[in-house]
Design a protein around this ligand. Structure first.
Ligand code: PMV
Length: 373
């Protein structure tokens, strides 16, 4: 149970889904502030999510040694114990982030103090499902909620903290986290100044519900972090070509989304993903996120699509695991077709979702979500 020194207002639970970038954020124009080199556009997911509990650590308020603490939890519920959670060993980045967030929040803080955080993903982390996106989005909402004493999204709105503002704060933790604050289809616009950094919802999730089948080819942690990948991108001769074509590609994707043209959207996202990976493979320190199995799978998928058997299109983030975008009514059959051909792969069946939530929801167990184990 939560210890006797804390009370109900000291604890909040927030949730945030992951998002899949249809046009990728790859390369930063400012690495400290996470300003992107190009606009990106994503679909917010529903089931692949992080749930985070934040509690003011009253016992540590007057201690100089103890600052924010972060654990990877098991079961999360109001009143759950913080004992028996796995402590995160390297707290440098999240602590720095929480201190920057606390400084930004100064005018709103009602309930100050160091935080104890427990966080849980509903999916394996660091393998190309944007865990830093959902992780930093949920951490931001939980910390903002507990420090301001506002425990609902509506409450935050009433004190002038909009989703756009929360998105701008989440971006300081991980760029792609800003897009997970909003639901549906989200556009993060490149800007040269802090004021120009806009992340806005283009369509809510009712506009065009799509399925995302996340094919888990390899659950191992990736060798090159996306932070390192962003930095390496500029050494590729293809990066300038990529940036020069970014505006046109965005226009075409906006058009496909508006008209709900899946084939057009599919062609754009495949070209986009392959271009990002080509940039990585041609960097001075070449980086290959694909495994041989990824390549085999993508070739098979294209071949199946060419004979009219699988109406799905892929995108791949900084990892080996493809996301297949298709219509929800086709997802179950496609999932069975994949399992018949590649029984060793697991599949997370996800779909368009509605963004960060406060109060958050209890995470579903991983086993419930992943087919194929
Ligand atoms: O937010 P970061 O620094 O983890 O970068 C995310 C990069 C990609 O996932 C590959 C693309 C994207 O836009 O989400």
């Amino acid at each position: 149970m939560v210890d006797s020194m804390s009370n109900d207002t000291d604890t909040v639970i927030a949730s945030a889904p992951s998002n899949i970038a249809l046009i990728k954020y790859w390369g930063k124009s400012d690495a400290t502030l996470n300003w992107p080199a190009n606009d990106s556009l994503s679909m917010t997911l529903s089931r692949a999510a992080t749930t985070t509990m934040a509690r003011i650590n009253r016992a540590a308020i007057n201690s100089t040694e103890h600052s924010h603490d972060l654990s990877l939890g098991h079961l999360l519920a109001f009143g759950d114990s913080f004992d028996n959670c796995l402590r995160v060993r390297d707290m440098t980045k999240p602590r720095l982030f929480l201190e920057r967030l606390r400084a930004e929040l100064k005018p709103w803080i009602k309930n100050d103090g160091p935080l104890e955080i427990v966080t849980k993903n509903s999916f394996p982390s660091a393998c190309g499902i944007a865990s830093s996106a959902s992780g930093y989005a949920a951490l931001t909402v939980a910390a903002v909620g507990v420090w301001t004493g506002q425990h609902t999204m509506a409450g935050l709105e009433t004190v002038g903290i909009s989703r756009d503002l929360i998105a701008a704060w989440a971006r300081m933790g991980s760029g792609s986290a800003c897009r997970s604050i909003h639901g549906g289809f989200v556009h993060w616009l490149r800007g040269e100044t802090a004021a120009n950094q806009k992340c806005r919802q283009l369509f809510d999730c009712s506009h065009w519900p799509l399925a995302d089948l996340i094919v888990l080819i390899d659950g191992k942690h990736k060798q090159v972090s996306s932070t390192e990948g962003h930095a390496r991108a500029f050494s590729s001769p293809l990066m300038n070509v990529r940036l020069a074509g970014a505006g046109e590609r965005m226009k075409s994707l906006l058009n496909a989304l508006e008209n709900k043209d899946l084939e057009k959207l599919g062609d754009i996202i495949e070209a986009e993903a392959l271009e990002m990976h080509a940039v990585m493979m041609t960097a001075t320190q070449p980086t290959r996120y694909f495994t041989d199995k990824t390549v085999e799978f993508l070739c098979w998928l294209r071949q199946q699509r060419s004979i009219g058997s699988i109406p799905a299109w892929f995108t791949v983030d900084a990892g080996p695991n493809p996301h297949l975008i298709c219509l929800p009514e086709h997802s179950q059959k496609i999932s069975s077709q994949i399992k018949a051909q590649f029984p060793e792969f697991s599949i997370i069946s996800d779909c368009t979702g509605s963004g960060a939530a406060l109060p958050g929801f209890m995470p579903e167990s991983r086993e419930d979500q992943i087919d194929g184990h």
